[in-house]
Design a protein around this ligand. Structure first.
Ligand SMILES: [Zn+2]
Length: 472
């Protein structure tokens, strides 16, 4: 009986598969994204397909065979400049067997996968072409720039920031991460043609410009254009750039279009351990949201946020993150309404020893028509960036990293030290905090008008500066 039933079920599956193969999918459009080290082609399909990809050399080509597909678009609108692609051709080998040939000026390593429909897109076939020789002349921009180290231009808008200044006066490095990008548009705006990914990149670039204008600071963009970077690669890039702080820029969305206001997220080591474990297991299976595992929907925004935060948790220094987050939030609150007045904490455990303090800034609700318009305006982007920079600067003035220009200023009595603050994280006691800042427990108590040594997670403590001044 059981064998019979299984056989029948198997027969039904075959019939369904045959039906799917018979109804060929249309390739409705093709989109192209260029990243610093790869080119992504996305074929938009009317239904699922089977495919295979192989390379040919002399001349270099990539062949993509798509079975169960017909071409219902043209390739001539693709912007191929600055990519190793010199042309895209196609042939219908059988009524439902499409072959696409990509002509190349340099060899590439292809990687391909399919994606199931999400809110914005239907079925897709993604082909990533990784450069084998980054910086090869074939893929340099038309004008031959930036292959050799650049001499400083006469009067550059943003002064070129050079890496470590000798004598322990290095720049503090802020990694600025523009959320989403490329195939991942982020949240949708009611303003036509506006996506979260565009807003985040515009704000990130403005933030970089303002940070670079501050002596002793340098900003590094994690994403420099409209392309996708997997979550883990983002923190990896920040680490490689020697970041002292990681700031991820996003814009919020909610089903209720009236929702408004900015928020700042940091990590928490409170919260459900089992939830963390479940998320971790999921994340392991997923490998990345849309980086290649496929069949992962971007619909669940909370999941996206959770993913970013979970990845940050690999490196985050919790207390510093809360501290810098609170400062950024309070300055943002002067120029834009806040969604929540405190730094929000996601309930994930800090999984590794503290490394780079990290915050995630939701600059406003892009789903709110009024805020969407504001977020798109240059003046509001500048004001938002200014408030973030002010918070970041304040944090580093109070906590200058060793070897930095700010630390040098402080050690030479040239930095007006404001009151230092500490945001309590889980597991910390008043005695522990006093010890860390080398202040007397009684001084810490009186500076905060505490009647007992009971402190709460998230509470901001003033750290008296007296003891430090004695140190040479
Ligand atoms: Zn986002």
């Amino acid at each position: 009986m059981r064998i019979g039933a299984r056989f029948i079920a198997f027969g039904v599956v075959l019939a369904v598969m045959a039906a799917e193969v018979l109804a060929a999918s249309d390739v409705r459009s093709v989109r192209l994204w260029r990243a610093p080290d790869n080119t992504r082609l996305v074929f938009d399909l009317s239904g699922p397909v089977q495919h295979s990809v192989f390379t040919l050399s002399a001349p270099d080509r990539i062949v993509i065979d798509v079975s169960g597909a017909k071409l219902a678009t043209q390739f001539d609108q693709l912007a191929l400049s600055n990519t190793p692609i010199t042309g895209v051709r196609s042939a219908q080998r059988a009524p439902e067997d499409l072959r696409v040939v990509i002509d190349l000026s340099a060899p590439v390593t292809p990687k391909s996968f399919t994606l199931a429909p999400n809110q914005q897109y239907g079925h897709r076939l993604v082909v990533d072409l990784f450069d084998q020789d980054p910086g090869a002349p074939a893929i340099a921009p038309a004008a031959p720039v930036a292959t050799a180290p650049q001499a400083p231009a006469a009067a550059p808008q943003t002064p070129p920031k050079l890496t470590p200044v000798a004598g322990g006066k290095r720049d503090i490095v802020v990694a600025v991460d523009a959320g989403h990008g490329g195939e991942d548009p982020g949240a949708l705006s009611p303003v036509k043609g506006q996506f979260e990914k565009h807003v985040t990149l515009a704000i990130a670039k403005e933030l970089q410009r303002q940070i670079n204008a501050e002596k002793g600071f340098r900003a590094e963009l994690v994403r420099t254009g409209d392309y996708f970077i997997p979550l883990r690669k983002r923190t990896e890039i920040a680490r490689k750039k020697g970041a002292d702080l990681f700031v991820s820029i996003h814009a919020d969305a909610a089903p209720r279009s009236a929702a408004f206001g900015a928020s700042v997220y940091a990590l928490s080591d409170r919260g459900a351990t089992s939830e963390t474990a479940r998320w971790l297991a999921d994340a392991e299976n997923q490998s990345d949201l849309i980086g290649g595992a496929g069949n992962v929907s971007l619909d669940d925004k909370d999941r996206m946020l959770a993913g970013v935060l979970l990845d940050l948790s690999m490196t985050a220094s919790l207390s510093s993150s809360l501290n810098v987050g609170q400062k950024v939030l309070s300055h943002m609150g002067r120029i834009t309404p806040l969604h929540k007045r405190r730094v929000e904490q996601a309930g994930f455990m800090v999984l590794k020893s503290p490394d780079i303090p990290s915050i995630l800034v939701e600059t406003g609700f892009i789903s709110n028509p009024n805020e969407a318009r504001k977020l798109a305006s240059a003046s509001h982007q500048q004001a938002l960036s200014r408030s973030i920079v002010t918070g970041v600067k304040q944090f580093f003035q109070q906590n200058p990293p060793p070897g930095s220009y700010l630390a040098w200023l402080r050690d030479n009595g040239k930095l007006a030290l404001g009151p230092r603050e500490h945001v309590v994280s889980s597991g910390e006691s008043l005695a522990l905090i006093a010890q860390r800042y080398q202040v007397a427990l009684s001084a810490l108590r009186s500076a905060n008008a505490l009647r007992s040594d009971l402190i709460q997670v998230g509470q901001t403590l003033q750290i008296p500066t007296t003891a430090l001044a004695v140190q040479p």
